[in-house]
Design a protein around this ligand. Sequence first.
Ligand SMILES: [Zn+2]
Length: 261
Amino acid sequence: MRNTKINSKYEICEQGIIVDQSSIYMIAVLICHNPDFSNSKYVRLSWFKDPAHIHWGMIQIREKAVLANTIRALETIDKNFDEEFEWIGSSDPLADPNLNDDKFLHYKIVDRKCPNCGKTLKKRLKFYECENEDCGDLFVIVNGIPLKDFPSEQLPLRFVKNLPVTFYLPFVGITTKIHVGDWKAIAIIYKDTNPDRKWLRFYWWVRDLQPYLESQLTIDIEANKSLAWESKKGVKSPNIHDKKLIKPLIEALKIIESIWV
Ligand SMILES: [Zn+2]
């Protein structure tokens, strides 16, 4: 906490590992909690800039499986890229087919039964809803397909190209978490004006499906906008330009993994 400019009104850093620092920036892996919920600990990959250590980027991880995925994805990236983030893997990464989020999230409802409690699911205009009021589970229907959070333990951790990256272009990336409204990935990206200069960037997209769910129109262009993935506020710029940092980052994440309870 002493070494960061984290705002103690919102977050308390318990301990952390500095992965790299210079006079102008610092990258660290932290274990934090919300001031009101000291038992709800999470991991925060954090970027700070300037000698004052101003917040410059972050990814929060709240599930063990997502932390494990992050470590494995970084190991895969480390192995398949050279120091300039050029591909050195054994096969063409582009030969691997894309996986789309509908395929990940597609939930095949059996007999219209709720998977949590077994009661009947009622079909509404844009979602299935469990009739059991104590459960109330809800499955958003998008393009006729009911969606459900994909279990992070089962992600294939494969390179794909179809990530909702804006401003830059994704060369390839690996999804480490995909839920109906929350998606995390690590991508190798570049600018369209300079495809030779690539770097690594952590991504965290979210979407608030409420306007879509609440719309009573079958086709509602305004409400459908809430289906689009957007970068989560506050994520800023979690970039790795120096590939040599990946190994110490992996080591730090592994130590944090061993002490995060
Ligand atoms: Zn239910």
